[in-house]
Design a protein around this ligand. Structure first.
Ligand code: ZN
Length: 140
């Protein structure tokens, strides 16, 4: 089978996973608060224990593709020293997490072997629940 280039239309949404521990949780709270106030995203709940492929505590930010160019640079400048995994959501969650994501801060271990390689559809960003989802925003 010949190599083929993939289309960005495969990407249904993105996730940013913000990792923390007991010492850095206040930093994670600042990041979350900053995102909540500025970006119309879906903020996941706090996972105080490792869950899924993630080797440590984290929370998830699910966001539409159109926010990438503002949210990701904002996280680059405001990650507070935390590690953040930004990955696309396509029909291959294992590849999305393990080989196709990018790291802000220090990369962390992932347990990608538990993820499927062929999902029925890419994850969508879901219902927005940040404060910024309900207001007009013009600063980031
Ligand atoms: Zn994810």
């Amino acid at each position: 089978m010949p190599d083929s280039l993939r289309r960005i239309a495969e990407i249904g949404s993105y996730h940013a996973h913000v990792y923390f521990d007991s010492a850095t949780r206040p930093s994670a709270e600042r990041v979350r608060e900053g995102v909540d106030a500025r970006f119309p995203v879906r903020l996941g709940r706090w996972h105080e224990q490792a869950v899924g492929p993630h080797a440590g505590p984290m929370f998830q930010i699910a966001f539409d593709t159109g926010l990438f160019a503002t949210l990701v640079p904002w996280l680059m400048l405001n990650h507070q020293g935390l590690s953040i995994l930004v990955h696309p959501n396509t029909r291959n969650p294992r590849r999305d997490h393990i080989t196709d994501g990018l790291w802000i801060g220090v990369p962390q271990a992932l347990h990608g072997d538990i993820l499927p390689t062929d999902a029925a559809a890419p994850d969508e960003a879901g219902e927005r629940n940040s404060r910024a989802a309900t207001m007009v925003y013009d600063i980031v």
